[in-house]
Design a protein around this ligand. Structure first.
Ligand code: SF4
Length: 328
């Protein structure tokens, strides 16, 4: 069924994929149901030990974006995982760009008074201040539970402010209470990119390379493949897959990890999108297919940096490309 990408935020995975995250019964019962091809609906799980919420996986990716400031609209503790994530962000920058870069994040630090009176004014001021102080290319506004509970109209504010800041605003709605499946965070993060960097007129104006005309884009479209990496692949994996795809005379656009807004904008100019992680990327792949007709390959990731293992991905790539009408 087509997904409605016009919604404010991505649907929960419970509603989109109907997964089963808990099962009460015997192993025989499980085998009988699975053997009969029955679908498992989500069981009711009343208790969960402390685990990560949506914020952690979403922030791990968002923090890798170059020229970005992460603006948490949440109570102050919600951003605490950013302290530990900064180490991998520094290492990732060093490996890709040859220099260490700290990720920048700030928080509206919502308190008891904000819970009563609302946090929108505080957020508006914070967006202007971040834009002026850091002059980033993008500001990613990430919401935690509090604005969701008190009903802050963050979407309305961001829509109103588009064009008023020099940075492109990317909304990512990560209220921890909204789902038991934290992998929904990947959909939320991709949805924010879809609603801003990929299609927003303001974003388009900023990120289209001025020296590349439409003909060149058409040409690029035939030779470029998007390679999705949210973190399941290391830098070594990225390099090896790029090397193999280059050997097929294909340009590779690796997104979204460590991608700037221009790379993200350019995902629509590709012949094919490849993902090696079904958990991470299926929402984005479906968007690219639905919105731009870009076919995709969704393979399980190779498990080691070994060309023989990676090469198993190449046959489906070749096979798909030769069936594309406009590939030559
Ligand atoms: S569950 Fe809610 S309050 Fe807790 S860290 Fe996640 S967003 Fe913040």
């Amino acid at each position: 069924m087509p997904i409605n990408f016009e919604l404010k935020e991505a649907p929960k995975r419970e509603d989109r994929l109907y997964p089963c995250i808990t099962y009460g019964g015997t192993l025989c019962g499980l085998q009988n149901r699975l053997g009969g091809g029955a679908c498992f609906q989500d069981g009711s799980r009343e208790f969960s030990q402390g685990s990560l919420c949506l914020l952690l996986p979403a922030l791990a990716i968002i923090n890798s974006f170059p020229n970005n400031v992460t603006l948490m609209h949440a109570s102050v503790g919600c951003g605490s995982c950013l302290h530990s994530q900064n180490g991998s962000s520094r290492a990732g920058n060093l490996l890709r760009f040859g220099k260490i870069r700290d990720s920048i994040w700030v928080s509206t630090a919502l308190n008891e008074v904000d819970v009563i009176s609302g946090g929108i004014e505080k957020l508006e001021k914070a967006i202007f201040e971040v834009d002026k102080t850091y002059n980033p290319k993008t500001i990613t506004v990430v919401t935690g539970c509090v604005p969701g509970i008190i009903g802050d109209d963050v979407d309305g504010l961001i829509n109103k402010m588009r064009g008023e800041t020099s940075a492109v605003l990317i909304p990512v709605y990560c209220e921890g209470f909204k789902t038991k499946i934290w992998a929904t965070a990947y959909d939320d993060m991709y949805h924010g990119l879809i609603k801003s960097v990929l299609d927003d007129p303001h974003g388009r104006e900023r990120v289209v390379p001025h020296n590349i005309d439409d003909c060149r884009f058409e040409d690029l479209k035939k030779r470029r493949v998007n390679l999705c990496n949210i973190s399941s692949m290391s830098r070594l994996d990225e390099l090896e897959l790029t090397r193999l795809l280059n050997a097929l005379y294909l340009d590779v656009n690796i997104v979204p990890l460590y991608s700037d807004s221009e790379q993200l904008f350019n995902v629509k100019y590709a012949a094919l999108t490849i993902s090696t992680c079904p958990t991470h990327d299926d929402y984005f792949l479906q968007f690219l297919k639905q919105a731009y007709g870009i076919p995709y390959l969704l393979e399980h990731m190779p498990v080691e940096a070994d060309s023989v293992v990676y090469s198993s991905l190449l046959w489906p790539v070749i096979n798909t490309l030769i069936h594309l009408r406009d590939y030559s």
